[in-house]
Structure formats: C-alpha cells, structure tokens
Design a binder for this molecule. Structure first.
Ligand code: HEM
Length: 592
C-alpha cells in the first residue's frame, strides 16, 4: 500500500482527476472499441502510479498497483453514477426510476426473469408517455411521436451494432446509421421483397410448407408446435449439425447482453460465450457463399441482392452479400416463427376464434386447394384479423430497435407536436408491445378521447360481436352482446380489426349507456414491423408466410391443446420479453 503521507494523498488526487477527465472522454466519444476502452481504463492508473511516487521508492508492489486501479476505477464509477443521477444530466427532467438512470444493466435482470416488456409497460403506466429507462435512454409511448422518431425525417438508428460486423469489415443493413447509405443498401432488399417479387418464391415456400405438414403428420402424440414452426422458418433442407439448438443458446446470451451493447462486445470475445452465435453467422455465410457460387437458377432473394435483376449495375462487394445473407436468415426466421407460433397460441386459447377461422379456411382453401396460391388471401378478412391481433398482442420484436440522436448533433433535436427534446447521444425506444396494449390505442375508453374515433364510421347504436366467444362465422347474427372487457387492450379480439376495416357492421344496440362508448382503434400505433424507411424490409413476405402456414396447417390438421401446455420450447427473442406466451403443445390430428 502507498504510505499514508502526502504522497498517497497526491496519488489519490491525481487518480481522481484523471478518472474525472476520462469520464468526460467517455461521455463525448461513446465507442465500442475495445482498444479505446482498454487504453482509458488501464493506462491512466499505470502512468499516475509511476509518475507520482518518488524516484527512490523502489519497485511498485502489487498492492500499490491494486490500490491505484481500485481508486481510479472507483472514482470513475462514482463519477458516472453521480452524473447520471444529477440535475446536470441532459435527460434529468424526464421521469423514471432512479436505478434505471444509473445503468442499463438493470434491464438485463428483466430479460433474465422474462418480464422486460411488462416492466416497460409498468414504467409507462407509472411515469407517463416518455420515460427515462436508462442513463441516456428514453422510451416513448406517444402515438404522435412515432412518425417524428421513426419516419422519413426521424432520427438515425442507434450505434448498437457498431463494431459488430457480420462479415469482416462491414456493418449489416440493420446497423447502418447513415440514412443515405442505408437507403442505398436497402434498395435491392426492397426490390427482392416487393409484393411483385414474392410470387417467385412460392415454390420455395410450398416446398417448406409441405415439409412442415409432412413432419407434423409423422409425429405421435402431443407436439411442441413452436419447435417445428421454428424449423420451418429456418431450415434449409434439414438441420444438420443441430444448428437451431446452437442458435437458441447463442441467442439467449445475445439477447440479454443486447441491453448493454458494450458488454456484448466483450462477451463476444470470450471463447465459448459467442460460440453458438458465431456458429450461426458462419453457417449463414457458408450458405450465402454456396448460393453466390451456384448462380441464379431461379429469382430468389439473392437474385436481387446480387443486382442480377439489373445487369447494368455491378454486383455489390462480397462482404455486403455475406452480411445480407446472414441478415436474411436471422431477421426472417425467428420473427416469422414467433409470429406463427403465437397465432396458434392464441387460437388454442380461444376456441371460438379458432372455429371462425377454420370455417374461413375451409371455405377458401378446402382440402385439395393449393394454400400457397395467394389468390384468396385478400378476401380472408378473419385470417388477416387474427394475424393482426396476434401481432398486436405478441409483437415478435416487442421492445423495438432503438434510434439515437448522433453525439455529433450540434444541438438537441426537438420532435413532434409535444416538442420532445432529445439531447445529442440520446437513445430512443418506441416499444410496440407497450403501444399495442395502451388502452387509448386499442380498447374502448370511457373518458379518454381515442386517437381515432371509430364511431364516426359506425351507426349510433352499437353491438359488437363477441369475438372470442363467437361460435358462428362473423357474417352471421351476433351470438350475444359484448361486455366492455371484450375489447380491452389485453384481450385477443380479432373482431376489432373487422370493425375497423368496415367488414363487420356493428348492428344492434347495447344498452343505452354502453352505446355511448367510442372504440379506440389507432392503427398508426400498430407497429410490429416498425415504421418509416428503416422498417422491416420483409413485411410482405412475413405476412404471406404467416397466411400460407396458418392455412396449410388448418387445412391439414385439427389442433387440440394438450393438457400439459409447456414451455419446453420457446421462441428466442419473444420468450425473454414476454413470458406469458408459451409455445402450445398440441395434438395435431390429420383431417381425414
Ligand atoms: C412477423 C415477422 C417479422 C417481424 C415482426 C419483423 C419485424 C422487424 C422489425 C421490428 C425490424 C426493425 C425495423 C426498425 O429498426 O425500424 C425488422 C428489420 C428487418 N427485417 Fe423483419 N420482421 C419479420 C420478418 C422478416 C422477414 C421474413 C424478413 C425477410 C428476410 C425480414 C427482413 C428484415 C430486414 C432485412 C430488416 C432490416 C431492415 C433495415 O434495416 O432496413 N423480416 N424486422
């Protein structure tokens, strides 16, 4: 230990001053560069310990060194915590719990106990529409701010993926912050995932759907549906090497650490910790390389990503293609399988809605009819309603991809009608789960003014079909009057979408007092695929996949919830955020 003299006092002073100075550097240059971190964390105490002590003091002992590092890192940590709690922090005026202000590490706990989305919702219910959920992090639940944040003139993506590259030297599309560069890299995706291109993928989808139907048909007893649906979404002709299980493991780590990106960068370098995820990346790259080497025999997504549809344009660099290949696999597989699994979760929990949908499928796609032919999809209003309602209650990306005001911004950004002030460096979340379950957006508020009063389109006296309890097709007479609770934001009630689209007349009156209500249905708050120019590129494909798979399975099987509904397989991202969704374990009896 340094002797308790003026020497040690001056060492402590120097260490403290350098820690405070380094804190300012960290504030100014948020970076995920490990050498940068290492330099700022390790070098100053080493320099101070050598320079401050007298030249005749002999060799530095281990305990002296430990004292220097502990003092330096302790002061740095205290400085960070005090600053984040202090009125000098630019986000000080935003409400939120104190512990959240100090670090995003608290959110890891919420992902581990699987209650992240419910916690976010609780924070909004407690603190209001704009909550400070982290040191530099705001969560926004205000419909009027969705477009200003995510729209064309919104703020750029967060640097979450900075330093995380799928290939050796690029940032994947989903990590590009610069709007112009993003728009350039996004163009081939838009061409390849445009509704006009999708019909060329039908044969691929048809092949996979038949695989899924065959494999389910071969299962004995109760089946963990989510597991097979995940395989459907991911599988490229089999799952040699049990890749999906590896991905499952790797994704768990990645999801928890995704709350604190800099920590994720470190863990990624620990042998074993990033292993399963790295395996997925390598697998994706290998598939992409094989596909690029093979060339195009059909117009698949790579036909567009490789600019083969525009011969006069040169192909993109191989590393972009590798990134794109991996992104297509990751972005498109777990999300879609989560969504399809959730549909079955909802149907099995609501037999009446299941019956109505089964009736619709039987009408449009009786056995023998090709479910991959999308010609009837537009007319299948109840199917659309079920899918929307499922995505509303269980959005596969429930907490959103954050946006961030650049650190280099010359002044705070002021957004929207309520003049939300976002200082440089602020990260903003617009969580779909919270927006979708906000009673002002999707329910029947008594007092509050809904964002978009549906009653304008509806007759004065209202009767709503009892969605979940309905036993007959939606076109028939309503089986009973609904209660207020039926339309509550947490209730699975596909009929709200039919009413909103004008497909379901609201016919007869409830009692006079109940007829006064206005049904809130703010579709602008429905953002499972996000919003704006950086929204999900695969939205049309995802919806088509969902429709085809749901029709195929309902055409071929009767599903019954097994008595032992378990969590033996859960979809990746969703399960951490939303524990209430269990992958249904079901019996699928073939339709004879
Ligand atoms: C139900 C299924 C799906 C859901 C709910 C979903 C949702 C999302 C969300 C929320 C984002 C982030 C957007 C943002 O940051 O604003 C995203 C990005 C993306 N998704 Fe999806 N997705 C689904 C399926 C798919 C499929 C099937 C593909 C096809 C390959 C796909 C491709 C992409 C791509 C390429 C991006 C990055 C877009 C960009 O950065 O410009 N997604 N998705």
């Amino acid at each position: 230990m340094l002797s308790p003299t003026s020497e040690s006092a001056s060492t402590v002073t120097f260490l403290s001053v350098s820690a405070l100075f380094v804190h300012q550097i960290f504030r100014k240059f948020e970076t995920f560069s490990i050498p940068f971190h290492a330099f700022l964390l390790l070098v100053p105490p080493a320099i101070v310990s050598h320079t401050v002590r007298p030249t005749n003091a002999g060799r530095l002992t281990v305990s002296e060194l430990a004292f220097c590092y502990t003092t330096y890192l302790g002061v740095l940590a205290l400085s960070i915590v005090f600053y984040r709690l202090s009125p000098f922090h630019p986000l000080h005026q935003y409400p939120g719990p104190r512990w959240c202000r100090t670090s995003m590490l608290w959110h890891i706990i919420r992902t581990v106990d699987g209650k992240q989305t419910e916690y976010l919702r609780y924070l909004h219910d407690t603190y209001g529409d704009v909550v400070r959920i982290g040191p530099n992090h705001l969560s926004v639940r205000d419909l009027s701010l969705i477009n200003p944040i995510l729209g064309p003139s919104g703020i750029p993506r967060a640097a979450t993926y900075k330093g995380v590259t799928l290939s050796d030297s690029t940032v994947p599309l989903i990590g590009i912050q610069d709007a112009t560069e993003h728009a350039r890299r996004r163009r081939p995706w838009n061409r390849g995932l445009a509704p006009s291109a999708l019909k060329d993928y039908d044969h691929i989808m048809s092949h996979r759907v038949h695989q899924l139907v065959d494999v389910l048909g071969q299962q004995e007893g109760a089946v963990v549906l989510g597991k097979w649906i995940s395989y459907f979404a991911y599988m490229h002709d089999g799952d040699e090497g049990n890749i999906w299980a590896m991905v499952d493991k790797g994704a768990q780590i990645a999801f928890h650490l995704g709350q604190v990106p800099w920590l994720g960068i470190y863990v990624g370098h620990i042998p074993g910790a990033g292993g399963p995820l790295n395996l997925l990346l390598e697998h994706g790259r290998a598939l992409t390389k094989t596909r690029v080497a093979r060339g195009s025999s059909t117009r698949d997504l790579f036909y567009y990503l490789n600019n083969e549809d525009i011969p006069e344009e040169s192909p993109p660099p191989e590393r972009h293609l590798l990134d794109d290949g991996v992104l297509a696999m990751i972005a498109g597989s777990d999300t879609s399988s989560s969504a399809i699994t959730s549909v079955f979760h909802c149907l099995l929990a609501h037999p009446a809605a299941y019956a109505v949908l089964q009736d619709e499928v039987d009408r449009f796609y009786p056995r023998g009819e090709d479910v991959c032919d999308a010609m009837h999809h537009r007319e299948m209003h109840y199917l659309t309603a079920v899918i929307n309602e499922t995505l509303r209650l269980f959005p596969p990306v429930p907490t959103s991809n954050p946006r961030q005001v650049p650190h280099t911004a010359p002044a705070p950004v002021v957004l929207g009608p309520r003049s939300l002030v976002l200082p440089p460096g602020t990260l903003v979340y617009v969580p779909p789960y919270v927006l979708h379950r906000d009673g002002r957006n999707f329910a029947r508020p008594h007092q509050q003014k809904p964002h978009q009063a549906l009653s304008k389109q509806l007759p004065d006296s209202l009767v709503l079909l009892k969605g979940p309890e309905a036993t007959s097709p939606v076109t028939q007479e309503p089986p009973g009057k609904c209660t207020f609770a039926d339309a509550a934001p947490d209730v699975f009630w596909p009929e709200r979408w039919l009413v909103a689209a004008g497909h379901m007349p609201l016919g007869r009156a409830l009692s006079l007092s109940q007829a006064q209500f206005e049904l809130a249905h703010a579709e602008g708050a429905f953002v499972p695929f996000s919003h704006g120019p950086m929204n999900c590129a695969g939205k049309a494909l995802a919806l088509r996949q969902m429709r085809v798979v749901v029709c195929a399975l309902l055409q071929q099987f009767h599903f019954r919830a097994s008595t032992a509904t378990t969590q033996s397989h859960r979809n990746l991202w969703q399960s951490f955020a939303m524990p209430q969704i269990t992958t249904p374990e079901a019996r699928c009896d073939p339709v004879l």
